[in-house]
Write a protein that binds this ligand. Structure first.
Ligand SMILES: Nc1ncnc2c1ncn2[C@@H]1O[C@H](COP(=O)(O)OP(=O)(O)OP(=O)(O)O)[C@@H](O)[C@H]1O
Length: 906
C-alpha cells in the first residue's frame, strides 16, 4: 500500500476502485499512467517514461495527449489489457476525477479491425452450458444453450464460430480447471472474472428483459433456459459497467437452435479452412478465395455465412434466387458494387453513436450510406430479373422511410466536409437552425467589422502603417508603426510598446472583441448541442441503421457470390430433401484457383452411402473428399458451386476427421486427438449428415489401425447411416464393400489403367508416375508410398526392390530382406507389430512360429556384399526399415532426399 499523496496518491486511490489492468488518469491535457502501469504502457507502446516526485518518492510516469488517447487505448486493449479511464471534471473547488469507463478487448468500440469482435459469457451447470455473445461494435447479440450429450463439443464449436476476444466464465465454471484449460487452449480470448452476482438467474433475467423487452426471451426460444439467460445477463451487465454506453445499440436478441444451421464442429471448420488455413493464414482460405465483397460489413457477413450454413431449403432457395439473378444481370451487378463501394459500416456506426464516440464525419458518412439504399432499390426495381429475387426482399426489410428521414436530416444538418473533431466548430450547415444562423451571422458581422477596421482607421486618421490583429495575450489590437505612432487619436489606448511599433485598443474594438468571444462560445455550445442531439437521434435509430447495414451487407455478399460464380463457371446446385449427393465434374473451390484442376464426379445416395476412397499418396484423395464437403457447404450457404452439375441433399451437419497437423505442432498425441475427433463424429452425426474421414487409424500400429477403421466403418454404415467418404491406405477395407450393403469402393486413378472415356480428363505426368486425378469405381490396385519414392527420384534399384518387398508383403503378409548378392534372409516384417525385425535379433517378440511370418529359409544372417559400399548398404537397410504404411508422404520424400544426398556423396 502506497502513502503517496497528490496526483499520484489519487491515481493509486482510483486504481484500487477498479480491477482493470491499467489506469489512464486525465491530468489536464494528458492522460497519465503512473508507477508500474507507466512502465508497462511505455514498454508496450514505446512511450517515454519520466519521473514524478510525490511526497518524497519518485514514480514513473508516462502520458498521452487527451486527443490521442483512442489509438493508444486501442493498441493496449488489442494486446489483451483491460484499461480503466479516469476523466477529469470541473467542480466548484477546482476539479475532480472519476473512472468513467473500463475498456476491454470485448468492449472496445474504436477498433480498427473489420472483423466481428465478440464478447462472450459461458455459464456451466451439470455438464450443460449457456452461452451468449455480443459484438459491441455492431450491436449483434446471440444466445444459445449447449445441453446435448456432447455439450462440451457444442460449446467449443460455438467458441470457434464466434471466436470471442474476451470471455466471461460464470462462477461455477471458474473452479473447473480442465474446462477452463480447454477454453484457454481453444480460444485466444482474454478471460475476465466478472462480478458473480451478475450471473445470478433473477438479476440476469431482469437485465435481459430490460434490454430486449419482455417477450423476446420467449420468442427466441430461450426463456426456459436459465443458463442461456444467465450468460446473456452477465454480458449485458459487463457491457453496462464498462461504461462504453453501447447498450442502446443492442436491439435484437438472436438465438439459434441446432435445426437452423448445419452443424460444423470446430475441427471441421478448421479442417475445411473456411476462414483461415490450418497454418492460420487468411490467404488460401475458402473465404479469401471467394470473397469479392466491397464493404467490411459484407465481408463479416460472408464469413458468418460460411461458418454457419443453413438447413432451411426455403431460405437457401431465396439466397440462390438472388445470386442467380445477379449472375445474369452483369451491368446491374457492377452498378450495385459501385454504389456499395466505400459505403460506411452502419452497424458499427450505431454502436459509435450510442457510445457517444461518433463524430461529424461519421454522421456525414452515415447519411451518404443510408442514401445507398434507395439507389440500390432503384437499380433492382429497373432490372426485372433482380426485382423478382430475394434482393428485392432484402432491400425491403429495413424501414425505408425512417432511413430516408434520418439521411435527409443528417444531410441537411452537417456540412459536406466536416472537421474530425467536434470542438473545432463549423459542423452545422447554414439554414439548419435559426438560432445558430443568427449567432453565426452576428459573429460574422463582428468579424467583418474587425476585418474592415484597419482600412477605416487608416483613412480616418491618415495613417499608412496600421493593421488590426489578434493574439493570445493581447486579444484584438491596432498596431501602428513607430513613425506614425504620434498621429493616433486620443481615443487610442496604448496597450503595448514593441521595437518598431505600438499596440493600441479602442472601446469599439474591445466591445466587438467581447461580442466575438461571446458569440464564438455561443456558436460552439450551440453547434455541440445540435450535434449531440443529432448523434442521439442516430443512436435512437440504431435499429434502422442496423437493418439498413445488414441489407447492404447482404446485397454485397450476393454480388460477391454471383461474381465468383461467373468468373469461375460455377453452377447453381439443385437442393433436395433426400440423401443424395450427385456431383458431375466437381472441383475444389480453392485448389482450382492455382491448379489446372481435373474435375471429378461423385455419386452418393441411399443405396450407395459409404465410399471407401483409395489411391496412391498424392493422388488427390483428400482433395476429392474436401471438395465434396465444400460443395455441400457452399450449396447450404446459398452459393453456386464448382461443378458442371450438382444435386445436393441438404445435410444437418458436416463432420471431418483429417490429418491433425496443427495438433502435432502443439505436441499433443495425434492418435489421441484422432480418436477424440472420431468419437465426436460417431456421437454427433446423423443419417442426414456428411462425414469425411481421412486416414482414420493411421496414428497407431497397423493392425490396431485397421481394426479401428473397420469398426468405425461398420458403425457409420449400420448405426449412423450418414453419407460418408473414407479415404484409406488400408486395402483391407476395400473388401468391406463385399460385406456391407451400402459401401462402395472408388479410387483415384493412376496411369496404366484404362481411362474412363466419360471424364476425358487431362492427366498430369510426374516422371514415371502419372496421376490422372480421376476418381473411378472400384478399389485401387496400385501401391502408394513407392510411387512417391519413385517420383522423388530414388535410384531405380531401390524403387524396384521396394516394389518387390511390397508385393511380398501384400501376398504373404511377411517379407524377407535380401542381404547383398545372396538371397539369404536378413530381416522379417511382422505385420503384427508393423516392424521389421532381424532374425539375429534377440527380440523374442518376433516368433518364427508366428502364423504371420513366412521366412524363406533359416540361414544365418548373410555377410554384406563386398562390392556394395557401406553407404549404399546403409541406405538399403534404411529403405527396408522404412514402414511406408505408417510414414507420412512428406517424411518419405524428405527421407528419400536424404538418401539421394548420401548416395551422391559416397
Ligand atoms: N483433381 C485434381 N486436379 C488437379 N490437382 C489435384 C486434384 N486433386 C488433387 N490435386 C493436387 O494433388 C496433390 C495431392 O492431393 P491430395 O493431398 O488430395 O492427395 P492424397 O491422395 O490425399 O495424398 P495423401 O494420401 O498423401 O494424403 C495436391 O497438391 C492437390 O492440389
Amino acid at each position: 500500500m502506497t502513502t503517496a499523496g497528490g496526483i499520484v496518491g489519487e491515481f493509486f486511490d482510483l486504481k484500487r476502485e477498479t480491477d482493470a489492468d491499467l489506469l489512464a488518469m486525465q491530468c489536464g491535457d494528458f492522460y497519465e499512467f503512473f508507477d508500474d502501469d507507466a512502465e508497462t504502457v511505455a514498454n508496450e507502446l514505446d512511450l517515454k517514461v519520466s519521473q514524478k516526485s510525490s511526497h518524497g518518492s519518485s514514480y514513473a510516469m508516462a502520458g498521452v495527449p487527451v486527443d490521442d488517447l483512442t489509438p493508444y487505448l486501442t493498441a493496449l486493449v488489442e494486446r489483451g489489457y483491460r484499461v480503466a479511464v479516469a476523466d477529469q471534471y470541473e467542480t466548484e473547488n477546482g476539479h475532480a476525477r472519476e473512472i468513467t469507463r473500463v475498456v476491454t478487448p470485448g468492449t472496445l468500440i474504436e477498433t480498427g479491425d473489420a472483423d466481428a469482435q465478440y464478447l462472450g459469457a459461458v455459464v456451466y451447470d451439470d455438464d450443460e452450458f449457456g452461452v451468449a455473445f455480443a459484438d459491441v461494435t455492431t450491436g449483434q447479440f446471440h444466445v444459445t444453450e449447449c445441453v446435448d450429450e456432447s455439450a462440451t463439443d457444442e460449446l467449443l464449436t460455438e467458441l470457434y464460430r464466434f471466436d470471442p476476444v474476451e470471455l466471461l466464465p460464470g462462477p461455477t465454471l471458474r473452479n473447473k480447471d480442465e474446462l477452463l484449460g480447454t477454453l484457454r487452449e481453444r480460444t485466444s480470448a482474454t478471460l475476465t472474472l466478472h462480478a458473480t452476482d451478475a450471473f445470478a438467474p433473477g438479476r440476469a433475467r431482469h437485465q435481459v428483459r430490460e434490454q430486449f423487452g419482455d417477450e423476446t426471451l420467449e420468442s427466441v426460444g430461450v426463456a426456459e433456459s436459465d443458463l442461456a439467460v444467465q450468460a446473456a445477463g452477465a454480458v449485458l451487465s459487463y457491457v453496462d459497467e464498462s461504461g462504453a454506453g453501447v447498450l442502446a445499440s443492442m436491439t435484437r436478441l438472436q438465438s439459434h437452435g441446432s435445426t437452423d444451421h448445419v452443424e460444423l464442429d470446430a475441427t471441421t471448420q478448421r479442417n475445411l479452412e473456411l476462414t483461415e488455413t490450418m497454418q492460420g493464414d487468411r490467404s488460401g482460405s475458402l473465404l479469401d478465395t471467394i470473397d469479392h465483397t466491397v464493404t467490411s460489413a459484407g465481408r463479416r457477413l460472408l464469413a458468418e455465412w460460411l461458418r454457419r450454413p443453413r438447413q432451411s431449403r426455403g431460405e437457401l432457395l431465396h439466397r440462390q434466387s438472388a445470386v442467380a439473378a445477379l449472375t445474369e444481370a452483369v451491368m446491374a451487378r457492377e452498378r450495385i458494387q459501385e454504389e456499395l463501394d466505400g459505403s460506411y459500416d452502419l452497424e458499427r456506426l450505431a454502436s459509435r453513436a450510442a457510445s457517444g464516440s461518433a463524430n461529424a464525419r461519421d454522421l456525414r458518412a452515415a447519411a451518404e450510406t443510408l442514401s445507398v439504399l434507395p439507389a440500390l432499390v432503384h437499380i433492382v426495381e429497373e432490372t426485372d430479373r433482380l426485382a423478382e429475387s430475394e434482393l428485392a426482399t432484402a432491400l425491403d426489410r429495413p424501414d425505408q422511410p425512417a432511413a430516408d428521414t434520418l439521411a435527409t436530416k443528417l444531410d441537411e444538418a452537417i456540412v459536406d466536409d466536416p472537421p474530425g473533431t467536434i470542438s473545432q466548430g463549423g459542423l452545422i450547415r447554414t439554414g439548419y437552425d435559426d438560432e445558430l444562423d443568427e449567432i453565426v451571422e452576428q459573429h460574422e458581422e463582428a468579424l467583418t467589422w474587425i476585418e474592415t477596421l484597419a482600412d477605416r482607421e487608416k483613412q480616418k486618421h491618415n495613417i499608412t502603417h496600421l493593421s488590426v490583429d489578434r493574439n493570445k495575450t493581447d486579444g484584438y489590437y491596432i498596431q501602428v508603426g513607430n513613425s506614425e505612432a504620434d498621429q493616433v487619436p486620443d481615443a487610442y489606448e496604448q496597450i503595448k510598446s514593441l521595437k518598431n511599433s505600438e499596440r493600441f485598443t479602442i472601446p469599439e474594438l474591445e466591445e466587438h472583441e467581447r461580442d466575438i468571444l461571446r458569440l464564438e462560445e455561443q456558436r460552439h455550445d450551440l453547434e455541440r448541442d445540435i450535434f449531440e442531439d443529432l448523434r442521439a437521434q442516430v443512436a435512437r435509430a440504431a435499429e434502422t441503421l442496423q437493418a439498413v447495414g445488414r441489407a447492404l451487407a447482404k446485397i454485397d455478399v450476393f454480388v460477391s457470390l454471383a461474381t465468383h460464380a461467373v468468373r469461375n463457371d460455377w453452377t447453381r446446385p439443385e437442393l433436395h430433401d433426400d440423401n443424395r449427393l450427385d456431383i458431375e465434374s466437381g472441383r475444389h473451390p480453392v485448389v482450382e484457383q492455382t491448379t489446372e484442376f481435373v474435375p471429378n464426379d461423385l455419386r452418393l445416395d441411399d443405396d450407395r452411402r459409404f465410399l471407401v476412397v483409395t489411391g496412391p499418396n498424392m493422388s488427390g484423395k483428400s482433395t476429392y473428399m474436401r471438395q465434396a464437403a465444400l460443395i455441400t457447404l457452399l450449396a447450404q450457404v446459398g452459393s453456386f458451386v464448382p461443378a458442371r452439375q450438382a444435386a445436393i441433399g441438404l445435410v444437418d451437419g458436416i463432420y471431418t476427421r483429417v490429418g491433425a497437423l496443427d495438433e502435432l505442432a502443439q505436441g499433443r498425441s495425434t492418435f489421441m486427438v484422432e480418436m477424440q475427433e472420431l468419437s465426436n463424429i460417431l456421437h454427433s452425426a446423423t443419417e442426414d449428415s456428411l462425414v469425411i474421414l481421412d486416414e482414420v487409424g493411421r496414428g497407431t500400429a497397423t493392425y490396431d489401425g485397421i481394426s479401428i477403421a473397420w469398426a468405425a466403418t461398420e458403425y457409420l454404415h449400420n448405426m449412423v447411416r450418414a453419407k460418408t467418404l473414407f479415404a484409406t491406405h488400408y486395402h483391407e477395407l476395400t473388401s468391406l464393400s463385399e460385406h456391407l450393403g451400402h459401401v462402395e469402393n472408388v479410387h483415384v486413378a493412376v496411369d496404366g489403367e484404362p481411362r474412363s472415356s466419360s471424364t476425358g480428363a487431362p492427366h498430369e505426368s510426374d516422371g514415371d508416375v502419372t496421376f490422372l486425378r480421376t476418381v473411378r469405381d472400384g478399389p485401387t490396385d496400385r501401391s502408394y508410398g513407392v510411387h512417391v519414392a519413385d517420383l522423388a527420384g530414388v535410384p531405380e534399384p531401390v524403387v524396384d526392390r521396394s516394389r518387390e518387398v511390397l508385393e511380398r508383403l501384400r501376398e504373404e503378409k511377411a517379407i524377407e530382406a535380401k542381404g547383398g548378392d545372396t538371397d539369404s534372409v536378413q530381416t522379417v516384417f511382422d505385420l503384427g507389430s508393423g516392424q521389421f525385425k532381424t532374425e539375429s535379433s534377440t527380440d523374442q517378440s518376433v516368433s518364427k512360429e508366428s502364423d504371420d511370418i513366412i521366412s524363406d529359409n533359416n540361414e544365418e544372417t548373410a555377410p554384406r556384399a563386398e562390392t556394395r559400399s557401406n553407404v549404399e548398404q546403409d541406405v538399403l537397410d534404411a529403405v527396408l526399415d522404412l514402414d511406408v504404411t505408417q510414414t507420412p508422404p512428406v517424411e518419405v520424400i524428405q527421407q528419400v532426399q536424404q538418401w539421394q544426398n548420401e548416395l551422391e556423396q559416397s
